[in-house]
Design a protein. Sequence first.
Length: 332
Amino acid sequence: MSQIIINGNGNHYDDSHKIKNGNSYKNNNSSPPRTASPIFSYVNENYSYEIIDNIKNYLMARTKIRPKIGIICGTGLGHLAENLTEADSFPYEEIPNFPVSTVAGHAGRMVFGYLNGIEVMCMQGRFHYYEGYALSTCSMPVRVMKFCGCTHLIATNAAGGLNSSYNVGDIMIVKDHINIMGFAGNSPLQGPNDHRFGPRFPPMNKAYDPELIDIALRLSKEMKMESETRCGVYTCVGGPNYETVAELRMWKILGVDAVGMSTVHEVITARHCNLKVFGFSLITNKCETEYDTHEETNHDDVVTIGQRRQAKITNFVTRMVEEINNLIINCQ
Ligand SMILES: O=P(O)(O)O[C@H]1O[C@H](CO)[C@@H](O)[C@H]1O
Ligand SMILES: Nc1nc2[nH]cnc2c(=O)[nH]1
C-alpha cells in the first residue's frame, strides 16, 4: 500500500516508488526535501545508503583530504573550522541532497582540512529537530563522515549547566546521555534498518568512548584546565524553547548535568555505524531552577559565550585530535 507524504513545502507525493522492504529508493535521483521539512516527512527513508554514498562521492571528488576524524561544531564553536589549513569548504546549499543550516551561530559548511597537520572533516553548523528536520536528517551527516573514512567523531555543543556546581564557560566532557526524546519513541534509527549502516539493535552502554574520556581528563590536567573541566550526563530536548523550572528540576532528579537540543541523535547514529565518539558541552548558561530570578536564557548569550571561549575550545579539540590520531596510528 502506498502512503501519501507531505514534505516541507506542503506538497504531496506518493511513495509507491520506494522499495518496500528496505529504505533505499528505486530511483537514486529522487531527492529528499532540501529545506527544513516537518517531522512527519517519512522519517528514516529520506536518506538511503545510495544517497549517502552519492554525497560522499561528491565531496571526495572535490577534496584531497582523507579524514579519519569528524568534528561537529556546536553553537558559537564554528571558529574551530577556521583553524584548518589547506581547507576545502562546501556550503551545505552546494552539497547534493544536503539540508541547510537555519540557526544563528551555525555557518552551514562542511570543511575538510588539516588541524595541526592531521586530516579532519568538520561540520561548521549542525541540524536540529526544532528546525523542522527529522532526527534521521539531523544526524545524516554522521553517516557521510563514516562513508568519507572517519573512524572517530568529536561532537561538541553549547548547553545549559543544570548541575549547580557548574559555571558558565566550563567544559563538560560527556560521559553519558539520557535520550529524553527517545522516551517518546523518537529515534534517528526509527523505520526500516539498512544493515549496511549498522545493526537493528545497536548497544549504547559505551556510547562515549571510555578511553577517550580518560584521555580528555588527562589533557585537561596537562592544559591546566582542571578547575573548569567537568564530566557529566547530557540530555537533548526538542526545543526551540528553553526549559521550565519544573522540567529542569525533574531532569536534575534524573541525573542530568547539562541540557541542550542536539548531539544525542548524532551519537546514536555514530555508534550505529561503529564510529568511536568523544563529546563535550560548553556550558554557556546556568539553567534556572528557581522561580524568583530575573535571569532568562537567550541564544545571543549562548553564541557570545561560545565565541569568548573559542581559543580554549580550539586548543582542547586540537589536542584531542592529536591524541585520537596517535590511537589510530597505533592500531594500524
Ligand atoms: O547544541 P548546539 O547546536 O551546540 O546549540 C545549543 O544552543 C542552541 C540554543 O541556544 C540550541 O541549538 C542548542 O542545541
Ligand atoms: N535546552 C537547552 N539548550 C541550550 N543550549 C544552550 N543552553 C541551553 C539551555 O539552557 N537549554
